[in-house]
Design a protein around this ligand. Sequence first.
Ligand code: HEC
Length: 154
Amino acid sequence: MKKILIIALFLSIGLNVFLAYTFLVKGDTMAIPNDNRVAIITTKENKDFVMAEMRGFLETVKAINDGMIENNPEKIIVAAHKAGGAATEHAPAGLLKVLPIGFKKLGFDTHDKFDELAEAVKSRYDKDQTQKQLSSILGNCTSCHQSYKFETKQ
Ligand code: HEC
C-alpha cells in the first residue's frame, strides 16, 4: 500500500513538473528547418492580435522619434504610454499559454521600457536619455525578431 502511494506521489510530481514546463516555460513551439528562429504555433486570432500590437509598436517608435525631432515631449509621452503595460490588458484568453517564457519576458520588458520612457520624459525631458532608452527598446525588438516567428493552426 505504502509503495503504491509513493509511486502515485512521484507520478503526480512528474505530471506537475511536465505541465508547469509545458504551460509556463515552453509554450506551443516548434523548431524550423534552416531557420534559427523558433516557431510559436497558435490560432490566427492570437497571431492577428500580436501582429496588430507589433504595428502599434512601430507607430510608437516613429512618434517618439518625431517627438524628439520636433522637441515635443508631450507627443513622446502619449506615444510611449500607448505601448506601455496598459496595452497588454486586452490580450485574448489563451494567448499567454502558447507563448514560451523567453517571449513573454521580452514582451513584458518591452512594454515596461515604454512606460519607463514615458515616466522619464514626464519628470524631466532629456533628449539624449530618451534616445538611449529608445535604442534599448529597439534592442528588444531585434532580439525577439531574431528568436521567434509565428505559425498559425486552425
Ligand atoms: C517578444 C517578442 C517581440 C518583441 C519584443 C517585438 N516583436 Fe515585433 N514581431 C515578433 C514576431 C514573432 C513577429 C512575427 C514574425 C514572423 O512570424 O515572421 C513580429 C512582427 C513584427 C512586425 C510585422 C507586423 C505584421 O503586421 O506583419 C512589426 C512591424 C514588428 N514586429 C515591429 C516591432 C517593433 C517596432 C518592436 C519593438 C518596439 C517589436 N516588434 C518587438 C516578436 C516581437
